[in-house]
Design a protein around this ligand. Sequence first.
Ligand code: SF4
Ligand code: FES
Length: 236
Amino acid sequence: MHNTRTLTVEVWRQSSAEDDGRFVAYDVTGVTPATTVLELLDLLNEQLPDGEQPVKFDDGCREGSCGKCGVMVDGVAHGPEFNTTTCQQHVRAFRNGQRVRLEPLRAEAFPVLQDLAVDKKKSLRTVVKAARGPAGMKALTNAGCISCGACVAVCPNGSGQLFVGSLLTELPPLMKDDDERRERTEKVIETAGETFGPCSTLGDCTEVCPAGLPLENLSAVAREYLRNQNKTRHQH
Ligand code: SF4
Ligand code: FES
């Protein structure tokens, strides 16, 4: 077929959470410039040698809105195109015969379940729950965050600060009074500290965030923290 290419895909294979895992290289044929990363995985699974288990990966809407997908492509969360979910990333930049490395979203908070599939829900949900579940979800929706976890995976510290900051940017108007705001924001900051690494304001997160959330959102964490400290001081 016109314009098709063959890529050597080095993919992370790990049979279970307990397995050590390793990269395995496969030649995948029939790739076109319009093939997305998830379609590349579909092709790979169709072409696997007999007897090999399909590569497991996180899949969902394939429209960039559910936040379920996510792999590292050559070490970058979601892939080489800025602010684009894995399901919307195309492999057009890869030439015939080129190697591409696909591995799970790497973060301490995201244990690998199998191959490229990780559990990112558990840690992200812990923080949302600290914001009183539904209000936390609403805050994320209002911020435009799709809970994809890419900001955590791309950060060398495994910090979830863009996620947490985006939540805290939108949470205050959803609280019924100042006491609830203080109680919930304190809990969110404490839980995030236990769940993710510290933020060094490196900003890699804003390059991968499919929602294009800005670095300014990080400041909501400091704002709520200082606000809570001031209140505590005034009470003593
Ligand atoms: S802040 Fe952006 S990168 Fe982080 S979880 Fe939300 S949408 Fe994904
Ligand atoms: S599969 Fe839904 S955002 Fe990628």
